[in-house]
Write a protein that binds this ligand. Structure first.
Ligand SMILES: Nc1ncnc2c1ncn2[C@@H]1O[C@H](COP(=O)(O)OP(=O)(O)O)[C@@H](O)[C@H]1O
Ligand SMILES: [Mg+2]
Length: 239
């Protein structure tokens, strides 16, 4: 059994155990996540699906080192992240995790390339080198030559590609998408997720997608269902 366990940990990107988060005290106390346990493997695209208010964003925030759990543990690549100090956690967020949000979160006054370069600039990398790397990643997401364009001149799907380039530019192994297709029309949403699955996912990456969008279910390797802070089921996905 020890050998089996060691083998499993070898491919485990994230292990969450007994994860619980409460907000407030007394009568106003809300427990958003209630004893959630799951693991995400390298090489897989794992979805977390559930109605609004079921605790999905709270769960992602605890996994990504943004929100300290009330109880439970998050182990990423074998390390218990919430035992780390503030500097170690900041380092973890910068180097290990890449985030993509529903509304892209691009800076409107920065060009596409400058937006993508932000994680590198935060790592004190040289400006020209960072912009060159950003342009290379824009090419990877299908936006070659658009580096000097401002976000307002890009379509929703193109802005989401810029956000994806920014999430992967510093090479994080874990990518977290919170409702990435919610602001896109159905075809564009499917194109983006199909692109992520074929071009961004690889055996050294783990991708977690929180979604309401059943049109993209076909790309999931596994689907975790959440309701009222708890995991209520697990599907294998349809591919
Ligand atoms: N910072 C907070 N303070 C108080 N309540 C919160 C906070 N964040 C989330 N909640 C509550 O926790 C529950 C789960 O929210 P959330 O994780 O955002 O759900 P989802 O992403 O599935 O829509 C909701 O009832 C929400 O109001
Ligand atoms: Mg949410």
């Amino acid at each position: 059994m020890a050998v089996d366990t060691a083998k499993k940990i070898g491919n485990q990107a994230i292990v969450a155990s007994g994860l619980t988060k409460s907000f407030g005290e007394g009568e106003t106390k809300v427990t958003a996540v209630k004893g959630v346990a799951f693991s995400a493997q390298f090489g897989e695209m794992l979805y977390i699906v559930g109605p609004s208010g079921s605790g999905k964003t709270t769960l992602l925030s605890m996994i990504s080192g943004i929100l300290r759990p009330t109880s439970g543990t998050v182990t990423v690549k074998g390390a218990d992240i919430w035992t780390q100090n503030t500097d170690q956690l900041a380092d973890f967020r910068l180097h290990t995790i890449g985030f993509v949000f529903q509304d892209y979160h691009l800076f409107p006054r920065l060009t596409a390339a400058e937006n993508v370069a932000i994680p590198l600039l935060l790592q004190d990398r040289d400006w020209n080198e960072s912009i060159a790397a950003a342009n290379k990643y824009l090419e990877i997401v299908g936006l070659k030559g658009r580096g000097e364009t401002l976000p307002v001149k890009l379509s929703g799907g193109e802005q989401q590609r810029v956000a994806i380039a920014r999430a992967i530019v510093s090479g994080p192994e874990i990518l977290i998408f919170d409702e990435p297709t919610a602001s896109l029309d159905g075809d564009t949403g499917k194109m983006i997720i199909s692109f992520v699955k074929t071009k961004i996912l690889n055996s050294k990456r783990s991708i977690l997608i929180v979604t309401h969008d059943a049109r993209i279910n076909e790309y999931a390797d596994r689907i975790i269902h959440m309701e009222d802070g708890r995991i209520t089921g697990l599907d294998k996905g349809t591919e």
